[in-house]
Design a protein around this ligand. Structure first.
Ligand SMILES: [Zn+2]
Length: 306
């Protein structure tokens, strides 16, 4: 009995000791494990934080790259779309006459209205073309700039110098004046040669509107050639530059006139037919967009195709 009790006691004691040792071990290991885990996790955490920063940077850089690619792509697409539109539709050549107010005279655009229109072109990224630039753009699609437009003025009124020219300079825009050469230096209502020379030197295209504003369809071929040739030579004498374009007075022309224009050495001729200028509708019968004194800003924008 005694032996049995002793054996039981020893057995229980061993069990207790084993349990105690085991628990202690376990605790130690647990805390060790926890320590390792903790240090590991903080290392991981550190790594993760570091990684997160790197990733963030990378991501934001990638995002930035992506965004800039997108913007580049979009602007390229926009430019290509704009190119495609102007290549297909042609280029708007706006037609003005006098810049000054006169009630019930729709050919005159007030200087205030003209100023607002010029500001609009400047603020909205339009590129005004000289005659040489238009010629290139009509012939070579890659020469078409973004939002091209030509500003043309018929007859050579004095207010083109006193009103239009300062506004063009203010907004850094280019224009073209079709001058009736017989009126130069003859009347205070029309341009004189020093004004023509000054504007030409500045970069305004000075082009022909014939000598006497003749309706070419009513003239013989010889007289057509004479007025086209003489006005060209007269203007070249003043500007010391090649005159490359003519606007048909009152928009009138015929087959003979087209031949005379070509023979006289012009590269382009303009009618008053409404529309965008396009090479395939004839380089000597280019359309224009008439701007009226009564046009609202909405009408002006619509005429630009905006
Ligand atoms: Zn005219």
């Amino acid at each position: 009995m005694k032996k049995n009790i002793l054996t039981q006691f020893i057995g229980i004691s061993i069990l207790v000791i084993v349990v105690i040792i085991g628990t202690g071990c376990n605790n130690n290991q647990k805390s060790n494990n926890a320590r390792v885990l903790l240090s590991n996790s903080s290392a991981i955490e550190n790594q993760e934080v570091k990684g997160e920063v790197d990733n963030d940077l990378l991501l934001s850089e990638q995002k930035e790259q992506y965004e800039s690619n997108k913007i580049f792509h979009k602007s390229k697409q926009k430019q290509e779309k704009s190119l495609k539109v102007y290549k297909e539709k042609g280029i708007p050549v706006l037609m003005y006459h006098s810049i000054g107010f006169e009630p019930k005279n729709d050919l005159k655009v007030s200087k205030e209205k003209f100023e607002v229109q010029m500001k609009y072109l400047k603020d909205n990224g339009y590129t005004t073309l000289t005659m040489e630039e238009l010629y290139k753009a009509l012939n070579y699609a890659e020469e078409i700039p973004e939002k091209p437009v030509v500003l043309s003025f018929d007859d050579g009124y004095r207010d083109n110098y006193t009103e239009a020219y300062p506004a063009l300079k203010r907004y850094d825009l280019k224009g073209t004046i079709f001058v009736i050469t017989d009126l130069i230096d003859k009347s205070s209502a029309y341009l004189n040669s020093s004004q023509i020379k000054e504007m030409s030197d500045y970069g305004i295209s000075i082009e022909s509107h014939t000598v006497y504003h003749e309706e070419l369809n009513l003239l013989s071929y010889d007289r057509q050639f004479k007025t086209l040739n003489r006005s060209k030579k007269d203007l070249e004498g003043i500007t010391n530059k090649e005159i490359i374009a003519v606007a048909y007075p009152v928009g009138k022309y015929n087959e003979k006139a087209i031949k005379a224009v070509s023979e006289a050495g012009y590269k382009m001729a303009f009618t008053t037919k409404y529309g965008f200028a396009k090479k395939n509708s004839g380089i000597f019968t280019l359309s224009r967009i008439r701007i009226n004194g009564s046009d609202s800003m909405e009408t002006f924008k619509a005429k630009l195709g905006a």
